[in-house]
Design a protein around this ligand. Structure first.
Ligand code: HXC
Length: 520
């Protein structure tokens, strides 16, 4: 102790040395392999995701717990980087799995780092972002690693609906590394470099003898087009991380708050003459529902969620006069906008996500009904369609419905009619509300008359015309109060903005329950 200054320098140097060792993850070779694969490293991802200089790391020096098979195994940082930072000035918690350290596999202490920041996020009311690049449970740690996943899944579920949880999938994620994301609100994947599967190609080959590549088993294309597991696909890590930032802008910090307003120069009273060219009155002619949405919302900006899966329904976020809104819309261009199993699942999930996070819902209706067919019935369209009915009825956020054209039968109810809890229902003059289309209705109701007539075709045409006159318009429903107003199309943006402003402080109490029992 003759020269205390030197000792302090040594302590500092030792700390720096340890820190550098942790920051180097699995070492230069594995880091190079990671980069050669077109991926960023765990730390680079955090830098790209967060506002510059905002990251505060936690658990830097955590080490694995040992155990027989972990003797002598070096796992810098325990294979995951954790901490807090900000995105557009708002605090978020983040964990970034480091594939260069034992494949980003999850052991007990790796899980402890993750659950620590999940707990802090829940206590402080901030989103959790997981940057996933992990081979799943760490094989060497056995039941301890399973326990680690259990602790994470438990929190994913308990904090669901409390704070937004967003998962970016940025590498080959297997086993537990996919079930945790599946319990979160959104999954974003990078095309070509990320995969999600419960069991990989080798196991599949040995069990079912199926030959399959990583990509065709669980690539971004599969999960954003076929399985519906993931919500958004991007090209590369940077784009995924930019997507996370964008998505968060539509969400509040937690379930007690509203999403942040975003000032816009797009006038609240901008008229929508363009709609007159987009929507044709002929009920059989499809039109671009996306174009309708772009015309109505601020600056034409729409973040579509699951754009390539169940395309017969369109869901996503936009803003009206700066306020975040969730949009659910039929897509007349795909399967005539009918509702099937996947569309029902997609819409129900999105409605519940909006409701969790106090995001008002705008529903745009142009639907003939649920998709008929043996396959749909046998696969449980009743059970799945019921999710939509349930989700709309359950949601207490402001709900505004606009019937753009046809709204028939059960789908009229499933698309948030007045009776299902819509606060306000509007229709355009092009709208038609009925139990079914005029052709089908005339054939059923006037079957005998048509069959017994001298000229069945003429009688059928006459009955169809009579039925259309009586029901294929919005005025019967409006006369009974099911529609609050039939509005000029070009006035729609102003009307919607004023209506959501009116409903902004809406509160709706529900009877006591532990939780509802949505059909799954
Ligand atoms: C520990 C692992 C590991 C694991 C890989 N590694 N998987 N270490 N536990 N689960 C190590 C490798 O030994 C290697 O170490 C490094 O990570 C990179 O792995 P590679 O195989 O070289 O990489 P790659 O060819 O890119 O293949 C990636 C992979 C493959 C597809 C993820 O590694 C793989 O299939 N791993 C096993 C996946 C799995 O079955 N996980 C358990 C799931 S069960 P070195 O030292 O060479 O760099 C589960 C339980 C929870 O998660 C379930 C809850 C429901």
């Amino acid at each position: 102790m003759t020269n205390p200054g030197v000792e302090l320098q040594e302590l500092i140097a030792a700390m720096e040395q340890r820190r550098t060792r942790v920051e180097q993850g699995g070492g230069p070779e594995r880091l190079k392999k990671q980069r050669d694969g077109g991926k960023l490293t765990a730390r680079e991802r955090i830098d790209v995701l967060l506002d510059p200089g905002s990251f505060l790391e936690m658990g830097t020096f955590v080490e694995h717990r040992g155990g027989r098979l972990m003797q002598g195994v070096d796992a810098p940082g325990e294979g995951v980087v954790t901490g807090r930072g900000t995105i557009q000035g708002r605090q978020v918690f983040v964990f970034s799995q480091d594939f260069t350290v034992l494949g980003g596999s999850l052991g007990k202490m790796n899980a402890a780092k993750v659950t620590k920041i999940m707990d802090m996020a829940a206590r402080t009311g901030c989103p959790v972002i997981g940057l996933n690049d992990s081979a799943g449970a760490r094989i060497q740690e056995g039941v301890d690693s399973l326990s680690g996943y259990g602790e994470i899944f438990y929190r994913n579920a308990v904090y669901s609906g409390t704070v937004p949880q967003i998962s970016a999938i940025l590498g080959p994620c297997a086993g537990g590394a996919v079930y945790s994301p599946a319990l979160t609100d959104f999954i974003l994947m990078s095309g070509g470099s990320s995969y999600m599967f419960i069991t990989g190609p080798e196991v599949i080959k040995s069990v079912t003898r199926e030959d399959v590549t990583f990509d065709s088993l669980g690539g971004a294309d599969v999960h954003t087009r076929k399985s519906g597991v993931a919500h958004l696909e991007y090209d590369g890590d940077e784009a995924v991380l930019a997507g996370v930032r964008d998505l968060l802008g539509y969400l509040p910090q937690n379930a007690r708050e509203k999403a942040p307003s975003q000032p816009t120069s797009d006038p609240a009273d901008r008229t929508n003459e363009k709609l007159l060219d987009i929507v044709v009155p002929d009920q059989r002619k499809p039109y671009a529902m996306h174009a309708v949405i772009h015309e109505l919302v601020d600056d034409g900006t729409f973040l579509e969620i699951q754009p390539n899966w169940a395309k017969n329904i369109v869901v996503g976020f936009a803003r009206l006069n700066g306020e975040s809104v969730g949009i659910v819309a039929n897509n007349p261009r795909v399967m005539a906008g009918t509702l099937n199993i996947d569309a029902s699942d997609k819409a129900a999930r999105f409605i519940r996500t909006c409701d969790c996070y106090n995001i008002p819902i705008l529903t745009l209706v142009d639907v003939t009904g649920f998709l008929p067919g043996v396959a749909q019935e046998h696969a449980g369209i009743i059970r799945h369609g019921a999710k939509m009915l349930y989700a709309y009825a359950e949601a207490t956020v402001p709900k505004v419905t606009l019937i753009t054209r046809k709204s028939y039968g059960g789908a009229y109810l499933a698309m948030n009619s007045r009776d299902m809890g819509a606060d306000v229902v509007y229709a355009w003059p092009t709208a038609a509300v009925a139990v079914m289309g005029a052709e089908g209705a005339a054939n059923i109701v006037y079957r005998r008359e048509i069959a017994g007539s001298d000229n069945p075709d003429a009688t059928r045409a006459q009955k169809i015309a009579e039925y259309k006159d009586a029901f294929d318009n919005p005025y019967v429903a409006a006369s009974k109060g099911y529609i609050d107003d039939v509005i000029p199309m070009e006035d729609t943006r102003r009307v919607l903005i004023q209506t959501f402003a009116m409903l902004r402080d809406k509160e709706e109490a529900r009877p006591y329950k532990k939780h509802g029992n949505i059909p799954l």
